[in-house]
Design a protein around this ligand. Structure first.
Ligand SMILES: Cc1cc2nc3c(=O)[nH]c(=O)nc-3n(C[C@H](O)[C@H](O)[C@H](O)COP(=O)(O)OP(=O)(O)OC[C@H]3O[C@@H](n4cnc5c(N)ncnc54)[C@H](O)[C@@H]3O)c2cc1C
Length: 824
């Protein structure tokens, strides 16, 4: 009995020590207490308790006396570690070092500090930014007609180009001191989102110079002379920039570009100067065909050692006027569903002076790091904002259409089958916008969150794909027939663009999110790697023992929180979200444990085990997005009407986390360790469900009903008040149809009561007015609702030859042609 009690006490004590990440002294004291209990309370023979005391003394000595520990235990591990540590190329190292970590590190810790999250400021526009978004940006939106842009002219109209340049939209990120708008990341994102709800082509045109374009590179790395020359010109739209990295042989593996430059002397403006002779071939370059300055990434070599001792200098970035002799640029690609400028460019043996290198000679060889750093900001804004537009427009327009369009005498949005995709559209939009807002806060506080930027890029574009697919299904034929009245088709066609650019999605999910996250966000892994690189035993010792305590803690936490489901964990915030934070604390611990064990068991080859890495990345991403969603709910004043959106987003995220964790365990290479991990992570099995039908129905109802919750969800979407506009008309139709409902209900009631016997609608309505079932005003309202409904469900049709006037006699005349064939 006494042994059983001691065993229980030992387990409880060990669990408590591990759970609370106790230090070596506390563990030693615990072991001493155990030895004392055996010695004095059990009557165990001296041989037994003597051994115990020796073990206790050894443990205390090795864990507390660091030099001893380092010499006896850590040193051999250090040797082994250095041997098995995978080789990291310079390019990979620069990518790993680039950018910063932020809230993602907390989620990796197994114990996120929720107070810290709530303390992050809210994303807000300044008065000036608000005025700009509601002024020039709305004006621009009113000038954009996507059908005209993508089908009639395959370009933005000249007045739109002029407006974009004149209003400084190509210089949103350029500081005011250089004449730019100098707006916050949040304002930048709001602008791109709003324009995207109107025209993807215009949004890309604005987005690219403000993303990974020459401006961003110049701001951070340009020489004073380069900044003074280019930034004011870019801000005023006097220069159109583009940036060329992608080569036909190097897309995702951009670090492997074969484009090169040789340091040499050459003639420039009549004098011999030091410079670079460049050869490159690029494709897919946005704005390339109309660009006046071309940013180019290439590998620089200095065989004659003219600028230093290194021959292979590395990736370098240059800024070349497109009018420069030898630059071939101007041809166009045609991206799917859009008409923004995009095309190839090349040059052979083009000589440029050294001061055309971004940052001058001092920045040669640092191009990769510069690109990755800048990508961390741009990638968090551009495509996530475009995806957000799909979510906002998708929610607003699909909800309205599903309310206006009836089949089986029921608005289609009321069918349970349609509610399901509607809920996905609404729930995903709420979560995506929360993610965007929280990420903008990071950027506006000076962070360059590289892991978060990859999370945003991948997950927001994937959810955009879900939303647009669902929106298309709900619209049916209406969204399939192209024409000025189709507000979804172009967006749907452009999905693959967002999926492919700024880090293709499969690669981003499989390699980057966890690959970079595990090293950057983990509290100890990077320290261990650095210690190994610097051959610093003391630093390695600190990191290693910290790591061991961390893993032990996460094992204890994961098991306990798995049993309790996180209940009892002390978390801040309102009642509505506390349970969610507790569950996220549980998942954070389980994720930290899974990551550690995966890295330990799979080691360096985790890089190649992309399916495991991708699932681990999904868990981190889902934790990030779910936590951002809780913050959004809090920041927006805990809106009761938004609770279904919050609930849907949370349940969906937790269910997906469970699926991802289950996937890691089911495919873990060591079955024995997988079985143990499953016990630690899911001690009660897979207990979480996807969002319920009831919650889905409530979310759908938000989309189907004009009101504050729908407005909050779709805030930032361009909704013109003009009923002649396709979106304006949809809005007006929704309101009119809803207002007509009670009037129609009165007529139906009168029909049921036998007061109205007419079979046709017009006759019945006229009789209803005559019998004062409805007023003349209400009759007019019904007519107006009918008119708007018909206009909304209408699709475009065209002349059979699409009005392409041809001078040839032989237009497409099937009857004539068939007759001619028959007479042959
Ligand atoms: C419309 C558009 C605009 C663009 N604008 C620019 C621009 O302005 N400037 C510029 O420099 N570039 C631009 N690009 C290029 C863009 O960045 C590349 O298309 C992108 O990097 C992918 O390269 P790729 O198309 O050659 O695909 P590939 O690299 O051939 O990839 C094909 C597939 O393989 C996957 N893949 C590759 N490696 C891995 C891996 N290790 N693990 C898992 N999956 C992997 C990818 O995810 C992708 O799904 C643009 C592209 C498009 C389509």
């Amino acid at each position: 009995m006494i042994y059983a009690s001691i065993a229980l006490a030992v387990i409880a004590a060990m669990w408590l020590l591990a759970y609370h990440r106790a230090n070596a002294v506390a563990w030693s004291l615990g072991l001493a207490a155990f030895s004392a209990a055996i010695t004095f309370a059990t009557g165990a023979p001296p041989a037994v308790y003597s051994v115990l005391w020796v073990v206790t003394a050894l443990f205390a000595a090795f864990s507390i006396v660091k030099p001893l520990r380092q010499a006896v235990i850590t040193r051999p591990i250090f040797g082994l570690y250095k041997k098995i540590l995978p080789q990291v190329s310079q390019t990979e190292q620069e990518a790993l070092d680039a950018g910063s970590i932020w809230w993602d590190a907390d989620l990796f810790s197994g114990k996120p500090d929720w107070d810290k999250m709530f303390a992050y400021p809210q994303a807000k526009l300044s008065a000036e930014e608000r005025a700009f978004v509601d002024g020039p940006v709305n004006e621009l939106c009113s000038m954009l007609h996507e059908w005209d842009i993508t089908h009639e002219r395959m370009d933005l109209p000249p007045e739109v180009w002029k407006f974009i340049r004149d209003k400084g939209l190509l210089g949103i990120i350029i500081p005011r001191s250089y004449g730019g708008l100098g707006f916050s990341a949040f304002a930048h994102s709001e602008i791109v989102t709003r324009i995207s709800t109107r025209s993807g082509t215009a949004a890309v045109t604005v987005m690219v110079p403000n993303s990974l374009g020459p401006a961003e590179l110049l701001i951070h790395y340009g020489t004073e002379q380069q900044k003074d020359h280019y930034l004011p010109r870019l801000a005023k739209g006097l220069e159109i920039p583009c940036f060329a990295l992608t080569n036909p042989d190097a897309g995702s593996d951009a670090g492997a570009i074969p484009d090169f430059g040789i340091v040499c002397k050459g003639m420039h403006e009549g004098s011999e100067v030091l410079g670079v002779r460049m050869t490159w071939e690029k494709r897919y370059i946005t704005l390339g065909p109309v660009a006046t300055i071309l940013g180019v990434a290439f590998k620089l070599y200095d065989p004659d050692k003219l600028i230093g001792s290194e021959e292979d200098i590395g990736i370098t970035l240059a800024l070349i006027p497109t009018s420069h002799k030898g630059v071939n640029i101007g041809r166009r690609h045609i991206p799917l569903g859009a008409a923004f400028m995009n095309g190839p460019n090349s040059g052979k043996d083009v000589f440029i002076p050294m001061d055309w290198i971004i940052g001058g000679q001092k920045q040669v060889g640092h191009g990769w790091r510069m690109l990755v750093e800048c990508l961390a900001a741009g990638r968090s804004i551009s495509l996530p904002s475009m995806s957000m537009a799909a979510g906002k427009l998708g929610s607003r327009a699909t909800g309205a259409y599903a309310r206006v369009r009836s089949q089986f005498r029921t608005p289609i949005g009321k069918f349970e089958g349609v509610e399901e995709p509607l809920a996905r559209i609404g729930g995903n939009t709420y979560l995506m916008d929360a993610t965007r807002r929280m990420t903008m806060v990071a950027l506006d506080s000076g962070e360059k969150p590289s892991v978060i930027s990859a999370i945003c890029k991948y997950h927001m574009t994937e959810r955009m794909r879900i939303i647009l697919n669902d929106a298309m299904d709900i619209h049916g034929g209406k969204a399939i027939m192209m024409g000025p009245n189709n507000y979804l088709g172009s967006g749907y066609m452009t999905i693959p663009i967002a999926i492919t650019v700024e880090g293709a999605n499969i690669l981003t999910r499989s390699m980057i999110i966890f690959g970079q996250g595990a090293i950057r966000c983990h509290p100890f892994v990077l320290k261990e790697i650095k210690a190994a690189a610097e051959n610093n035993l003391a630093a390695f010792d600190r990191a290693l023992w910290g790591h061991m305590t961390f893993t032990a803690s996460n094992t204890a936490r994961s098991l306990w929180l798995g049993i309790t489901g996180g209940e009892g964990v002390s978390v801040p915030g309102p009642l509505e979200t506390r349970r969610y934070l507790q569950m996220m604390t549980r998942f954070s611990s389980a994720f930290a444990l899974l990551s550690d064990v995966s890295m330990f068991v799979i080691g360096g080859s985790l890089k190649r085990r992309e399916k495991i890495s991708a699932r681990l990345g999904d868990i981190l991403s889902l934790l990030y997005m779910a936590s951002a969603t809780v913050k959004r709910f809090e920041d927006e004043g805990r809106q009761k009407e938004d609770l279904p959106l919050l609930t849907w987003a949370m349940h969906d995220s937790f269910f997906r986390i469970q699926v991802a964790m289950d996937g890691v365990l089911a495919n873990f290479p060591s079955r024995f360790i997988a079985a143990w991990l499953r016990m630690m992570v899911f001690p009660k099995g897979l207990t979480l469900d996807a969002p319920s039908d009831r919650v889905g129905s409530q979310v759908a109802s938000i989309l189907l009903t004009p009101g504050a919750a729908r407005d909050r969800l779709t805030e930032g979407c361009y909704v013109p008040g003009d009923v002649n506009d396709v979106i304006g008309k949809l809005e007006a139709a929704m309101v009119a149809v809803i207002e007509a409902d009670p009037i129609e209900a009165r007529i139906r009631k009168a029909v049921k009561e036998g007061k109205l016997k007419q079979r046709d609608t017009a006759g019945r309505r006229a009789a209803a007015v005559a019998q004062q079932v409805i007023t003349q005003l209400e009759m007019d309202q019904l007519r107006r609702a009918d008119e708007l409904r018909s206009e909304v469900i209408a699709v475009d049709d065209f002349e059979h030859d699409l009005s392409r006037a041809t001078k040839e006699e032989e237009k497409w005349q099937p009857d004539k042609k068939m007759a001619a064939v028959a007479s042959m």
